[in-house]
Design a binder for this molecule. Sequence first.
Ligand SMILES: [Zn+2]
Ligand SMILES: [Zn+2]
Length: 346
Amino acid sequence: MKAAVFYGPGDIRIENKDKPKPAPGEVLIKIKNCAVCGTDVRIYSYGQANVKPPHIIGHEIAGVISEIGEGVESCREGERVTVVTCVGCGVCDFCLDGRVNLCKKLKAIGYYYSGGFAEYMIVPREAVQQGNILPLPEDLPFDEATLAEPLSCCINGQEYLNIDMGDTVVVIGAGPIGCMHVELAKVSGATKIILADISSQRLKLAQRIKADIYVNSQEEDLVKRVLEETKGEGADVVITACPSPQAQQQALEMIRSRGRISFFGGLPHDRSKVTLDTNIIHYKEISIYGAFASHHLQYKKAIELLSSGRIEGKKFITHHFPLDQLVEAIQKVKKGEALKAVVIME
Ligand SMILES: [Zn+2]
Ligand SMILES: [Zn+2]
């Protein structure tokens, strides 16, 4: 089979490898599409501690079950599926609560396990047992189905925020994740959604998803604008979908009393200590939440949102690439020239 193998920062090679054979308890998937995630871009650029080269990355997967290992009864050959990225230990309190993304022994597909930038991928036994293989509705195209993963992560973030009808929501960061947050907030009934970014190019691409107001925060004071748009009150919800300490500080300056903030995007490890005016949190009764990855139920919700058309997957996908051009796809995303780039296996 053809596979894109990561050898280290800046080094991904297309190779021919033996087609894997599922051991007892495992399942072999023929990958149809695998989308490029922001973390794939980071792994390609800088490497990552839990990705040991040579390794096949990619976790935004849609495909068809090709072969079933001995003893597996939970799925059938030919079934259209996606795979939940997070695989927990199965026995800790968080796993028992369904929150595998918070398991201390978390292992993830495309990081610890071999991923989807290849023609075939093995789903490990523990993932099969934990129900990580989810069926896709017939009417959901493979490319749109790859969005289930990033969308499920946004659902995880917004579940904490209780976005309600009439809310004003500010999203800082107009990449694919920020754009998904905009659409998801609309589904929850938000009536004024302000999308900000420092890149005019990303803001231009993000016109596809129709936020109510676009702000280039390089050219315009975002805090001032949000206060103007909310009669001086501030936004009900602010989501930072960018790796910027300053955005986290600004979130507190533009939040309304009793508002909710999501520090959705992580910061670079050497810049993750941020000074916040905690008196704002105190006097205005602000809640600040984190969010990391997602779990099975959130994947199911994402699949339903995509297949019902409540979230239109097509809007997010700007580019398709063959596997041979994975590096080009990663570079397009890195430069902000693509919203979502999907790699298609032949
Ligand atoms: Zn992802
Ligand atoms: Zn666990």
